[in-house]
Design a binder for this molecule. Structure first.
Ligand code: HEM
Length: 135
């Protein structure tokens, strides 16, 4: 597994652990209310599990298994994929923190822009690798 995929998958697992923990806290708080402010974790729960875990795992595995080139570098120009990794994680945390701490909407907006940037950067990297391969 290439180094970037290791980073993607490890970061994804970290978000899975945090997202599930936040979900479990909210769920138990729903059954036996003990700390109403725990509801503030909902935006982070959603962000960590939908993008931090699911999307991040998909990107990490895609970078690893999509068709490679015959000549080196096997995965072409990797810059876009690395940029995507950084932007996605910055974006996810910006949106999550903005939600949890009720920060101004501008912070959420910046986070979303970073996430869109991550999608564009990854698409630029992966586009030339979307080719048929036989054998
Ligand atoms: C990949 C897994 C998961 C994803 C993508 C996910 C996503 C979401 C989303 C989108 C919501 C908002 C739903 C809404 O507002 O209508 C939500 C709410 C919630 N989730 Fe999760 N979730 C996941 C796993 C879990 C787990 C494992 C737990 C508990 C251990 C959990 C507990 C909760 C709770 C308590 C709420 C609030 C429900 C309410 O509004 O009453 N989630 N989740």
């Amino acid at each position: 597994m290439p180094r970037l995929s290791q980073w993607f998958v490890r970061a994804a697992l970290l978000h899975l652990a945090l997202g599930f923990t936040f979900g479990a806290l909210m769920l138990s708080n729903k059954g036996v209310p003990f700390y109403p402010l725990l509801w503030r974790l909902l935006p982070a729960h959603i962000e960590f599990l939908l993008l931090g875990w699911t999307l991040q795992l998909a990107l990490g595995v895609a970078f690893w298994i999509m068709p490679r080139f015959w000549e080196a570098p096997a995965r072409g120009n990797e810059t876009g994929a690395w940029v995507a990794f950084v932007l996605l994680n910055l974006g996810v945390w910006a949106v999550a923190i903005a939600g949890v701490f009720a920060l101004p909407a501008a912070v959420t907006f910046v986070g979303r822009v970073l996430e869109v940037g991550a999608a564009v950067a990854f698409a630029i990297h992966i586009w030339p690798r979307v080719v048929p391969r036989t054998g």
